[in-house]
Structures are given as C-alpha cells and as structure tokens.
Write a protein that binds this ligand. Structure first.
Ligand SMILES: Nc1nc2c(ncn2[C@@H]2O[C@H](COP(=O)(O)OP(=O)(O)OP(=O)(O)O)[C@@H](O)[C@H]2O)c(=O)[nH]1
Ligand SMILES: [Mg+2]
Length: 242
C-alpha cells in the first residue's frame, strides 16, 4: 500500500478532533484525538456541490467516529500516536470519496468510565485493546464487551487488538487466547505494537474499509470481508517489519 505524508491543515490550528479542511477531489484522512462533547456532529462542514451521505446538508463528506477503548495502560494513546506519526495516507479508497476518519482516544481508568459511556452512543467503530503483557487487561475484555453491548450501537464495527506484541519476553497472554476470545465473540483480531508499528495501520485501515463499504457499497460490489482481510493482511509478532 502506498503511503504519502498527510498534508498539514490549512486555515490555522485545528482542534484535536478535527478533520482536514475540505478539498474537492481527493481528501486525505487525518486521524485526531477527539475531545469535544459526546454529541459532536459526525459530519464535517457542508461542502457545496458535494453529495450528502450524512443526511441533511448538500455535501459529500462522511465522518466516522472511531474510539479506542480498553484498560488504562494498554497503549491506546500510543497506538493512535503511532498511527498519526506514521504519516498515514488516506489511501486511495478514502481520498477518492472524502471520508473523515476521527479517532477518539478514551481514558481507560475506572474513574473516567461514566464519561466514556456517553461517547459510545454514536461511535461507528471501536478498537478494543488489551496488553499482551498484562493478564488483567485481557481479563477485562469481557467486561468491556458487556459495556459496549450496553452503550454502543448494535452494529458498531468492533475489533480486538492485543497490543505490545514487541514485548515478547513479558508476554503473559498467548496469541491463541486472544484468537479464541475473539472467535467466541465473532470479532476480528490482531496483535499490534504501537512501539514498532506492527499491524497498526492495518487495524485502522481495516476499520476504515469496513465503514466505507457500509455506506458506499454499490449493490453489485462484493461485500468487504473484514475478518478475512485482517487474517490475510495481519503480520505475525515474529515479523520485524511494521
Ligand atoms: N513495549 C510497548 N509499550 C507500549 C506499547 N504501547 C504503549 N506502551 C507503553 O504503555 C504505557 C501506556 O501507554 P498509553 O498509550 O498511555 O496507555 P493508554 O491505554 O492510553 O492508557 P490510559 O490513557 O490511562 O487509558 C506507556 O508507557 C507506553 O510507552 C507497545 O506497543 N509496546
Ligand atoms: Mg491514554
């Protein structure tokens, strides 16, 4: 997959959540750490001449709200930073349709949990992380899934990630255990490393592809298979290349 540096935002400093200013034609994806209220509108500003997919305005862009969730310390912020600093390219599939991809980095600490709930409601996708060097974070996954079931949309795109796979010496959660849990809940699963970048772009890309196809797939197009894509494209922990 080719990569390009994401252009800097024009028009002054953008809030952490924001999308790039709209441009006609190709529009790069720019992930951000979102911090406005939970009811922030999912779509960017209206763009004259662009078709609306979000309902209401005369514009083309669609913003997806993606959240990173999981226990404190599993690496949510690092994963997002790794993704951003990896000069993420919109990828052809996004730049041609003009999708905004906003990422909300949440706090894993228990005391912030009630705040986080409020943000689930309009999330389109959730990346649920545990730390492969921390058994408690893995054990929490079921509780996270219960919360997600309770607060998120029933059709939210969900992916399970076992992070810190670079720390092989400290591993306490086997890859197979992650796979088993994911299978049990019917979730796509990957092991990642925010440190080396292993599978980081892939995780976000897979989510983006799934979201894009949900709203833009032509009836004749074959359905994007998220599970298969992740299985096919995911790299093993032993691989040194991100
Ligand atoms: N070795 C290794 N360390 C990581 C990785 N990702 C994160 N860390 C470390 O784990 C610690 C916690 O990372 P954060 O990204 O702040 O964790 P968080 O999930 O955002 O935590 P909260 O914001 O408290 O919910 C930091 O010391 C990171 O350096 C990784 O992939 N590999
Ligand atoms: Mg954090």
């Amino acid at each position: 997959m080719s990569r390009k540096k994401t252009p800097k935002s024009k028009g002054g400093s953008a809030p952490a959540t924001s999308a790039l200013p709209a441009t006609h034609g190709s529009r790069p994806v720019r992930p951000g750490t979102a911090r406005p209220g939970p009811d922030a509108p999912p779509n960017g500003p209206p763009q004259p001449g662009r078709s609306s997919l979000g309902g209401g305005g005369d514009f083309y862009d669609v913003a997806f709200k993606v959240m990173l969730v999981g226990d404190s310390g599993v690496g949510k912020t690092c994963l997002l930073v790794r993704f951003k600093d990896g000069a993420f390219l919109a990828g052809t599939f996004i730049s041609t349709v003009g999708i905004d991809f906003r990422i909300w980095d949440t706090a894993g600490q228990e005391r912030f949990r009630s705040v986080t709930h409020a943000y689930y409601r309009d999330a389109h996708a959730l990346l649920l992380l545990y730390d492969i060097t921390n058994k408690a974070s893995f054990d929490s996954i079921q509780a996270w899934l219960t919360e997600i079931q309770e607060y998120a949309q029933h059709d939210v795109v969900l992916m399970l990630l076992g992070n810190k796979v670079d720390s092989a010496q400290e591993r306490v959660v086997k890859r197979e255990d992650g796979e088993k849990l994911a299978k049990e809940y019917g979730l796509p699963f990957m092991e990642t490393s925010a440190k080396t970048g292993l599978n980081v772009d892939l995780a976000f890309m897979a989510i983006a592809k799934e979201l894009k196809q949900r709203c833009m797939k032509a009836p004749s197009e074959p359905r994007f298979q998220l599970h298969d894509y992740v299985k096919r494209e995911g790299r093993g922990a032993s691989c040194c290349k991100p």
